[in-house]
Design a protein. Sequence first.
Length: 82
Amino acid sequence: MGTHMGYMGWGPDWGTGWGMLGFLHMGLWWILLILGIVVLVRWLLGERTAGSGQALAVLKLRYARGELDQDEYERRKRDIAA
């Protein structure tokens, strides 16, 4: 027994036997994790943006119905934008 054959007798001893495939697997894992975080943050921020757009649409509708005068409409529009 002059040579050591590694994991289960397959090839040289490279630790767990994953070799380069393990390195690629770990890289893919980090890429997917970072992309998942980016998608989550964009989704959460998009919810806020959609909410203010919806509020502005309701405000425009109330102004069109005559429920608000122009001064009230402008004040509330500034509040929504802030």
